[in-house]
Write a new protein. Structure first.
Length: 132
């Protein structure tokens, strides 16, 4: 209990605590997943890298916001799956294992694995556009 209180203050001071690094992937996946959900809920706009031919065109503005929503959902799904792996409730897809083994281990499906990688690539692409 004392360690948790100490780490609470350390995390407040520097943004992370030593225990966060024990499984940094699990910690970051959870933080990123929850942060992306927050951005989706409170978003005001979309990245400037999604180009508009006519900034006064309301229809084009609407389409760009819809496209950003789709991209955000792909990122959210990716980090939800990564969070589940970090929590130990899921495993990566094992391409060399049979279907029964993948199901027994509660592995991601081949499609989920692809979707997770796609969402993480989008996260990298739009990394500097993730703000509200």
């Amino acid at each position: 209990m004392i360690r948790e209180i100490k780490e609470f203050f350390i995390r407040g001071k520097r943004g992370w605590a030593p225990s966060d690094t024990w499984s940094l992937d699990a910690y970051l996946s959870k933080v990123i997943y929850e942060s992306l959900l927050y951005l989706q809920k409170t978003q005001c706009g979309y990245p400037i890298t999604i180009k508009m031919s006519d900034p006064n065109n309301e229809y084009e503005l609407h389409l760009n916001k819809c496209n950003w929503d789709i991209l955000l959902m792909k990122m959210i799904n990716a980090f939800k799956l990564a969070k589940e792996i970090g929590e130990g409730t899921r495993e990566h897809y094992f391409s060399h294992a049979d279907k029964q083994t993948n199901q027994t281990l509660n592995c991601l499906t081949k499609k989920e694995e692809r979707d997770m990688k796609e969402g993480m690539k989008l996260f990298i692409t739009y990394y500097f556009s993730l703000w509200d």
